[in-house]
Design a protein around this ligand. Structure first.
Ligand SMILES: C[S@@+](CC[C@H](N)C(=O)[O-])C[C@H]1O[C@@H](n2cnc3c(N)ncnc32)[C@H](O)[C@@H]1O
Length: 218
């Protein structure tokens, strides 16, 4: 039996609302990279990688790309050296991509470098290593988000920009099971300011944008 093929077919059914979780759990035991699905976070995201490019609409992608790259966003800084945290299978800016899912990293074709690691741990980069940092649809999945924000400040050059993008509405129930930090718009803004960023925040097309300038050196 082609367990991997059956597992991947089941994931597609799941995406369209099929009641296949228990069947997929059984199949996952015979797929080397899927053992522990869906409880194990890294394995969960490895499986999501196969569907990822269909999950975000073309319209939303265009809005995000426009805001990140435009004058209100990175304004050319990203071309210098951008770090994309939780880059997944899609980066909006050519980047050093950081993610704990090797499948996501493998499918992402906008990376100059792929770094596999856990964002709940300290970032493995030098102080002032990046001109800009991006994080799209990530922070709701990070428990130690304050520690990560301090890490972003450390690896970002003085005057560098951190762009954080979040989905304003409810994400689908399947992905929601992995959310560990649910702050509202004002709470995220306050948190970013408390870390020491100069913050400009706005909402557009159901998305939340936080442009954070690194004015302090820590
Ligand atoms: C919702 S996806 C967003 C992907 C991409 N940024 C995008 O906009 O298409 C969240 C990503 O964060 C990664 N991720 C979640 N928790 C992580 C952690 N603790 N360490 C590293 N990556 C993590 C997942 O593997 C996944 O690729």
């Amino acid at each position: 039996m082609d367990y991997e093929g059956e597992f991947l077919k089941g994931l597609i059914e799941l995406q369209y609302g099929g009641d296949v979780v228990e069947e997929l759990k059984k199949l996952s035991k015979n797929v080397s990279w899927a053992k522990g699905w869906p409880e194990d976070n890294k394995v969960f995201w490895n499986a999501e990688a196969f569907m990822w490019n269909n999950k975000i609409s073309k319209e939303k992608k265009e809005v995000i790309a426009g805001e990140l790259n435009g004058s209100k966003g990175l304004n050319g800084l990203g071309e210098e050296r951008n770090l994309d945290l939780g880059c997944g299978a899609y980066s909006y800016v050519r980047s050093v991509g950081f993610d704990f899912s090797e499948k996501m990293l493998q499918f992402n074709d906008n990376l100059v470098e792929r770094v596999k690691g856990d964002l709940e741990q300290e970032l493995p980069f030098d102080k002032d290593a990046f001109a800009s940092v991006t994080a799209v649809f990530l922070f709701n999945y990070i428990k130690n988000y304050e520690q990560l924000l301090l890490g972003v400040k450390r690896v970002l050059k003085p005057g560098g920009v951190f762009m954080m993008v979040l989905f304003g509405g409810e994400v689908n129930e399947w992905q929601r099971q992995k959310e560990v930090s649910k702050l509202n718009f004002e709470e995220w803004r306050k948190c970013l300011k408390d870390v020491g960023f100069e913050v400009e925040s706005y909402k557009k097309e159901g998305l939340w944008f936080f442009k954070c300038v690194n004015r302090k050196i820590i």
